[in-house]
Design a protein around this ligand. Structure first.
Ligand SMILES: Cc1ncc(COP(=O)(O)O)c(C=O)c1O
Length: 398
C-alpha cells in the first residue's frame, strides 16, 4: 500500500503551476503531518528546556525527548543511541570521541571508494592529527565493492567504515560479510546507514556493527537531528568530544566529571523539538510494511532505469532486490543541470551534481549525474510521468 499522499502537506503544493513530483528523496524525504504536528505541539504547548527545571512543562519536554531515544533504541535494537545533528556529526563524533582515544600512529582506517564525503573527510582530518593510514576498497565495473581487494587490505586495519547503501548508485553493500571479516582480525566497523535506514528496519545488535550513523530527515523526520548508535563496549571507550552543560556530573575549577549515560556526548541544550518529530516519524513508519514498500520502489526504479536506458542514458547502478530505489543517469547530449531545470519547470524535483561523493564520481569517470530517488509516497504513475517529461525535454532540447 502506498502511503497516502494526503499525509504529506507539501505534496499538495504546485511547482511553477504544475503538480509536484518529488524525486529527490535521497537528499531528504518529505514529512508527514504527524511529524509537523508533534513539533508544533511541543512549541505551542510545552516548550521548555530538558533535564533541568522541576516545573511541569520541563518534565513533559524531558519525557518526550527521552521517549524518542527509547523508541530509537527499540526500533534499531541498540544499547546506546547518542543524538547528533545527523549522519555527518555522528561520524565526526565517532572520529573524535572514539578515534582519538583508540587509534594510534600507524593504525589503518579502511573505507570504500563509494563513501559519502561525511564518511571520508572526518577520517582524513583525524589522519592529519594522528598519523594513521587511510585505505579504500575499490568499486568494480558492476558498481559493487571489490571484496577480494577488501580481503587483501585488512593488514593493520583497526576500523572499517562502510556505507550501507550508496546515495549515488543505490547499491546495498554486503555489510554482513564486511563485519564478520573485520571482526575476525579485531577491527571495529562503522556503518553509514543514512540511506539504509529509510528503507529497512536494521537490527543494530544482530548486525554486529560497532557504530551506526544516521539522519532523521532521510526517514521522514526533521532536519537537525540524527544519531550514532554504538555498542556498550564502544560507548565505554569513548571520551567526550564537546564539553558544556548537560554532559557533566560536577564541575569545579580544577576539573569535571561526566554523566555516565548518552548525555555525556550531548553537551548543551539538545535538539528537543527535532527528537519529538523524529519519534513521530518512527511511530508513523511502524505502521508501514517497509519490506513490501521497498520491493515496490525497487521495481519502479528498475523500470525507470530501463526506460532511461532505452532513451539513450548511461545508468550508474543496478537494481537487485536489496538495493535502493535510486537512479543515477546521464545523457551524452544533455547536461544534467539543464535537464533538471527543464524538469523543474514541469514540476519534477530531481538532484544533479556530485552528490557529496566526488571520489566515486572520479572512479566512474564523470563529474556529476542526474539522480531520481523514490520514496514511500511515490507511485508508478509518477515514474511514467517522469519518463514522459524526460522524453519531452530530449525531443525539444537534446
Ligand atoms: C550515504 C550518506 N551518508 C551521509 C550523508 C550525510 O547526511 P547528513 O547531511 O544528514 O549529515 C548522506 C546525505 O546525503 C548520505 O547519503
Amino acid at each position: 500500500m502506498v502511503v497516502p499522499r494526503t499525509d504529506f502537506p507539501i505534496l499538495n503544493r504546485e511547482i511553477h503551476g504544475k503538480k509536484l513530483v518529488y524525486l529527490d528523496n535521497a537528499a531528504t524525504t518529505q514529512k508527514p503531518k504527524v511529524v509537523i504536528d508533534a513539533m508544533n505541539n511541543y512549541y505551542e504547548n510545552y516548550n521548555s528546556n530538558v533535564h533541568r527545571a522541576v516545573h511541569l512543562m520541563a518534565g513533559e519536554a524531558t519525557d518526550s525527548y527521552e521517549s524518542c531515544r527509547t523508541t530509537l533504541k527499540n526500533w534499531f535494537n541498540a544499547e546506546r543511541a547518542i543524538f547528533t545533528s545527523g549522519t555527518t556529526e555522528a561520524i565526526n563524533l565517532a572520529a573524535h570521541a572514539w578515534g582519538k582515544e583508540n587509534l594510534r600512529s600507524g593504525d589503518v582506517v579502511l573505507m570504500t571508494e563509494m563513501e559519502h564525503h561525511s564518511d571520508i573527510v572526518p577520517w582524513q582530518l583525524l589522519a592529519d592529527d594522528l598519523d594513521i593510514e587511510l585505505r579504500y576498497i575499490p568499486v568494480k565495473e558492476d558498481f559493487t565493492l571489490d571484496l577480494e581487494a577488501f580481503d587483501a587490505s585488512l593488514d593493520g586495519v583497526k576500523l572499517v567504515c562502510i556505507v550501507h547503501t550508496s546515495n549515488v548508485l543505490g547499491v546495498r553493500n554486503p555489510i554482513e560479510y564486511v563485519i564478520e571479516k573485520s571482526h575476525s582480525i579485531g577491527a571495529k566497523v562503522l556503518i553509514d546507514a543514512a540511506q539504509g535506514v529509510p528503507h529497512k528496519q536494521i537490527d543494530f545488535e544482530k548486525s554486529g556493527a560497532d557504530f551506526m550513523a544516521m539522519s532523521a530527515h532521510k526517514m521522514m523526520g526533521p532536519t537537525g537531528i540524527g544519531a550514532l548508535l554504538v555498542t556498550e563496549e564502544i560507548f565505554q571507550s569513548m571520551r567526550p568530544f564537546m564539553g558544556g552543560g548537560d554532559m557533566i556530573q560536577t564541575v569545579t575549577l580544577k576539573g569535571s566529571t561526566y554523566q555516565d549515560n548518552e548525555h555525556k556526548f550531548e553537551a548543551g541544550t539538545p535538539k528537543i523539538a527535532e527528537a519529538i518529530g523524529w519519534k513521530a516519524a518512527l511511530d508513523y513508519m511502524a505502521n508501514i510494511d517497509l519490506e513490501a514498500e521497498h520491493s515496490r520502489l525497487v521495481e519502479i526504479a528498475k523500470w525507470t532505469s530501463s526506460q532511461l536506458e532505452d532513451l539513450g542514458a548511461t545508468i550508474y547502478g543496478r537494481y537487485s532486490e536489496q538495493d535502493a530505489a535510486v537512479v543515477s543517469f546521464l545523457f551524452d547530449n544533455l547536461h544534467p543541470e539543464d535537464l533538471a531545470h527543464y524538469l523543474d519547470a514541469m514540476g519534477f524535483a530531481i538532484r544533479t551534481g556530485h552528490h557529496c561523493a566526488q571520489p566515486l564520481l572520479e572512479r566512474l569517470g564523470v563529474k556529476g549525474t542526474a539522480r531520481a530517488s523514490f520514496y514511500l509516497y511515490n507511485t508508478m504513475e509518477e515514474a511514467v510521468e517522469f519518463i514522459e517529461a524526460v522524453k519531452y525535454v530530449l525531443e525539444k532540447f537534446g
